[in-house]
Design a protein around this ligand. Structure first.
Ligand code: G6P
Length: 619
């Protein structure tokens, strides 16, 4: 939420910042802005509601050769979406500009104090309080040998701040320097040759460098073109750990696709392959994971697994419950990270906690993980983002390796989480009662999954036609049983996120206890009907809806002999993967495509749905 990019070096800062902002737009797109500092002039601050392109247009009107600058793309928390509330924010003495991601909880007290000291405010944001607080400390701070007065003023200000921040600051008296700091919101430093950068996400600077240092909470960094140094807010020195980013910028480009969501849906066969690569042990018919850091003996003791996540990752947790209980026979609890964090749940001592998060930065999931670790539970994570805070702080984990996911609506990250949850269930199951033959059947089936997903993707044209037919409806219901229930929820979530159609997911039997009251010819239902024991019951539910004139789209992998062509107005027939473990993934792909094509038919901004952001780093 909110993206920050800063540049200091031998090149012109403006275009580099703009390019970085565009790469971080997934973090928020309410407004964008830059502050440029060329050493000779005042700070040039340009900001505008809407996308970074509008700031680009402003930049073209203001010739500027600045070599230092900071920039921001906003997801509004405090203050409406206006030019005035857009970042950067300046101190009222005109010396500092700041970009900030997070929430300063005590900003009103800080603001009152600073107003008493003669500082003035022009916006309603919490961030402006911090800009003025830094100016206040700078004015008080004497020059001291061996100390950077700019860094000191930021550091001392942060000692008075409650809340979260990823921030970057420039100071008119110190051209050629940027000070950044983090607590709760991600920030990393890109180390170049004669240039250094700071950003919320490495994607912002991968065109310039792959050498990166991820800041930890409570750290302050000072960048100049040749150098960078890190301390804690308490002025302890920090020895930075440099890492190399594995993926390259081409992976984050659109290529021939119209939208990132489309690209990411069609990348799923590859993403699933990458998630599974090297993780099957054929001789034992199980899965293996390099980074769990847990002894088999310890895992054998586990008598409960808790899965935590938010958004789509939470729905992956719900599917994990079915997998782990079915194949490993271990009781599972699934909870929103945001609830777990404050609920103080009594857990058995032999509980294993799994946090699922694509970004590895969702604040609620990060804090839930910290809470579980603080209490001494073995806490593992499934995440896609190498170097993310969740990935760095957990006891052990599994990387998804599905490449960068840019579109706000999660797609390939969800199906790759499902596959990894199935593999975790296989792994835990084979330590218990799951037989060699059953383990082998599951691992063989999973290996063939990418091919089946390709077959589902080949239905895109058919699904696009259906989407065009149904795009004018304003309400839809998704229904499923067992592990199709979370997929029904995901189908509804995808649809409401990117098409703004009111959509609900329900457990199909539960429909008769309320939701059926909504059914009429203006409310279509989408039924997820896999082969197997629930099929006859699902077909009865379909009849109940049709009897009330509700249009039905039926998605099934059952043969025509079991689901006739007249069973519903429209049918999407999926390939039969041959094993139930594949169904959650195979039924997800058509609901993703359906949401995507409905959004296209409605002419909506698929990758940047209103009010949403991809990485939610506020509570
Ligand atoms: C946001 C995104 C969702 C995502 C959720 C959890 O709401 O829009 O797509 O599922 O955050 O994100 P995470 O990175 O923790 O998986």
């Amino acid at each position: 939420m909110c993206g920050i990019v800063g540049y200091v070096g031998h090149q012109q800062a403006g275009p580099i910042l703009l390019e970085g902002l565009k790469r971080l737009e997934y973090r928020g797109y309410d407004s964008a802005g830059v502050a440029l500092l060329d050493g000779a002039e005042d700070l040039l601050v340009l900001k505008k509601t809407g996308s970074p392109d509008r700031v680009g247009a402003l930049m073209r009107q203001h010739e500027n050769a600045a070599h230092t600058g900071i920039s921001h793309t906003r997801w509004a928390t405090h203050g409406e979406v206006t030019d005035r509330n857009a970042h950067p924010h300046c101190s009222s003495d005109g010396k500092f500009a700041i970009v900030h991601n997070g929430v300063i909880e005590n900003y009103q007290a800080i603001r009152r104090f600073l107003e008493g000291q003669g500082y003035s405010f022009v916006s309603e944001t919490d961030s402006e309080a911090l800009a003025n607080l830094i100016a206040y400390h700078f004015a008080k701070e004497p020059e001291q040998p061996g100390k950077n007065r700019f860094t000191e003023s930021v550091r001392k200000s942060l000692l008075h701040v409650d809340g979260t921040y990823g921030l970057a600051v420039v100071c008119i008296d110190r051209p050629g320097e940027i000070v950044g700091a983090r607590k709760g919101s991600p920030l990393c430093v890109g180390i170049g040759q004669g240039e250094n950068m700071i950003a919320s996400d490495v994607a912002a600077f991968l065109n310039y460098t792959r050498r990166v240092v991820y800041l930890d909470d409570g750290q302050v960094v000072t960048l100049s073109p040749q150098d960078y140094s890190i301390t804690t807010v308490y002025d302890e020195s920090v020895a930075p750990v440099e890492r190399q980013v594995e993926w390259n910028i081409e992976e984050a480009d659109l290529g021939a696709f119209a939208h990132y969501m489309e690209k990411e849906i069609f990348e799923q066969p590859k993403a699933l392959e990458n998630a599974m690569r090297g993780r099957f042990s054929d001789d034992c018919s199980t899965a293996k994971f390099g980074g769990l850091n847990v002894e088999p003996r310890e895992l054998r003791q586990i008598d409960r697994v808790v899965f935590l996540g938010q958004g789509t990752a939470y729905l992956a947790c719900m599917v994990a419950e079915y997998f782990v209980e079915r194949y490993a026979r271990i009781p599972v609890e699934v909870e929103y990270s945001s609830e777990f964090r404050y609920r103080n749940a009594p857990l058995d001592k032999n509980t294993l906690v799994f946090v699922i998060s694509q970004s590895g930065e969702t604040l609620d999931s990060l804090e839930a993980m910290r809470e579980a670790m603080r209490k001494g539970y073995r806490t593992l994570a499934i995440t896609n983002t190498v170097g993310s805070t969740i990935a760095r702080e957990n006891d052990g984990g599994i990387y998804q390796h599905c490449g960068p996911e840019i579109s706000v609506a999660a797609t390939k990250s969800f199906t790759s989480q499902l596959v990894l949850c199935a593999m975790v269930a296989l792994f835990l199951g084979r330590m218990r009662d799951l037989s060699y033959a059953e383990g082998r059947a599951i691992s063989q089936a999973l290996r063939h999954l990418p091919g089946h997903v390709t077959q589902v993707l080949n239905l895109a044209e058919h699904i696009q036609k259906l989407a065009a037919k149904y795009a004018h409806f304003e309400d839809m219901i998704f229904l499923g049983r067992q592990d199709m229930y979370p997929i029904a929820l995901e189908g509804a979530l995808k649809l409401k996120e990117i098409t703004y159609i009111h959509a609900e997911g329900y457990q199909a039997a539960e429909m008769k206890h309320g939701p059926i009251a909504l059914i009429n010819e203006r409310c279509p239902s989408i039924f997820l009907v896999p082969r197997g024991e629930s099929l006859p019951k699902m077909l009865s539910n379909v009849q109940e809806v049709r009897a009330r004139k509700g249009p039905v789209i039926l998605i099934t992998n059952a043969p025509e002999s079991e689901v006739a062509n007249d069973a519903a107005e429209d049918i999407i027939r999926l390939p039969d993967g041959g094993h139930e473990v594949l169904d959650p993934v195979l039924f997800t792909v058509p609901v993703q495509l359906f949401a995507y094509y409905v959004a296209l038919a409605r002419g909506l901004p698929v990758d940047k749905p209103r009010n949403l952001a991809k990485s939610v780093t506020v509570e």
